[in-house]
Design a protein around this ligand. Structure first.
Ligand SMILES: Cc1cc2nc3c(=O)[nH]c(=O)nc-3n(C[C@H](O)[C@H](O)[C@H](O)COP(=O)(O)OP(=O)(O)OC[C@H]3O[C@@H](n4cnc5c(N)ncnc54)[C@H](O)[C@@H]3O)c2cc1C
Length: 331
């Protein structure tokens, strides 16, 4: 691990100022459940680590104009226990799937949304795109956990965030602050992620000196939602594929829908085509299957991961049925 300066701001303004020092060769520390590993293995090498845990305004969950404002420091446990998030079932499904109580107590929403890929080539020092001597190790090597959608370019990792698909399906916005002292923007979360063409580009639109301070969710209203994650293990594990949906029903008929797949592409994968197919129909085994088929119709699996197409298809189907309480056996 390289040495770095450690800073502990008390306010958002101090945090932004500290992030902008050292030519912005700085990084945010929240719960630290992933960043500490990245630092230890020299996968990131900032000159200064800005520990935001003392910034009170970024804690907690509160009601705000037409919705709920979640601080970037809210933990998974906070999301699970706060009455304001009780109507956002797709988020609670994610907390439920993250079985490790250490992660539930320490992992934060901001940290989850900005989590760098779990791609083993990246984690073993081959850069975000997993290249060696100009060759994609992912393309040529073991790519069983890699992308099946949006993988035509050099980025073939999958987006690691577990909450992003559910939040995007709800139409969430992130409040981004910095790099100028008073700069703030509420950006739709669906535009927050990028598919990099260069390792230096990162996985989000955040520029040096910027950070997430909050996440805004619109009022749940009459919308129903669910997340279905395909997990190999009961304990600490990342989904092989997931789907989050939110639907507005008119009786038995879908009036509006949003369908977002996770862990199948370098970004959370919003399937507008599948959502369009859902509108005007009832949700049952047959329609949910057809919508699942459409969600993966453009998949281009790599040499070892064709199995993920079926998992993603099934995740969409089951998330839709779960949202309207028609998933038999609770699975
Ligand atoms: C060994 C281990 C195994 C894990 N396994 C799983 C697992 O199986 N499943 C699972 O779901 N989770 C797992 N996690 C948890 C995972 O780390 C979560 O994503 C967690 O929510 C990250 O939150 P954090 O606050 O600890 O983030 P940190 O580790 O503090 O930060 C993560 C990244 O986000 C950036 N960041 C943090 N906050 C902000 C912000 N406000 N603005 C901008 N950037 C920010 C950091 O700079 C860093 O790059 C595991 C963690 C560990 C250590």
């Amino acid at each position: 691990m390289r040495s770095f300066e450690y800073a502990r701001p008390q306010t958002e303004a101090e945090a932004v100022a500290l992030l902008n020092d050292h030519d912005s060769e700085t990084t945010v520390l929240a719960g630290g459940t992933d960043l500490m590993n990245l630092l230890r293995r020299d996968l990131v090498g900032p000159k200064r680590v800005v520990d935001i845990k003392q910034v009170e305004s970024m804690r907690g969950i509160r009601p705000i104009d037409d919705g709920v404002l979640i601080g970037a420091l809210a933990t998974l446990e906070d999301v699970a226990s706060n009455p304001l998030t009780a109507d956002y079932r797709s988020l609670l499904d994610v907390v439920d799937g993250t079985r490790a109580i250490q992660i539930q107590a320490n992992g934060t929403i901001g940290g989850d949304l900005c989590h760098l890929p779990n791609c083993w080539y990246f984690r073993n020092g081959y850069g975000l795109l997993g290249y060696d001597n100009g060759e994609s190790l992912v393309q040529a090597g073991d790519n069983r956990y890699h992308a099946i959608l949006g993988n035509a370019g050099p980025a073939k990792f999958v987006s690691a965030s577990r909450f992003a698909p559910a939040m995007i399906a709800w139409g969430a916005r992130v409040r981004v602050i910095g790099p100028e002292p008073d700069a703030e923007e509420y950006l739709p979360l669906e535009y927050f992620y990028i598919t990099p063409r260069l390792s230096s580009q990162g996985v989000t639109v955040l520029k040096p000196g910027q950070m997430i301070s909050h996440l805004w969710l619109p009022s749940a209203g009459r919308k129903r939602s669910a997340t279905y994650e395909v997990l190999q293990m009961e304990g600490l594990d990342w989904p092989l594929a997931s789907a989050s949906v939110s639907v507005e029903m008119d009786g038995d008929i879908v009036r509006d829908a949003s369908i977002v797949l996770g862990h199948v592409a370098p970004t959370p994968w919003l399937s507008r085509e599948a959502a369009k197919q859902a509108v005007g129909r009832p949700l049952n085994e047959r329609s949910a299957s057809e919508i699942g088929d459409l969600a993966v119709a453009t998949a281009t699996p790599l040499s070892n991961n064709a199995y993920k197409v079926q998992l993603a298809r099934t995740a969409v189907k089951r998330a839709l049925l779960k949202a309207v309480d028609k998933l038999e056996g609770g699975l």
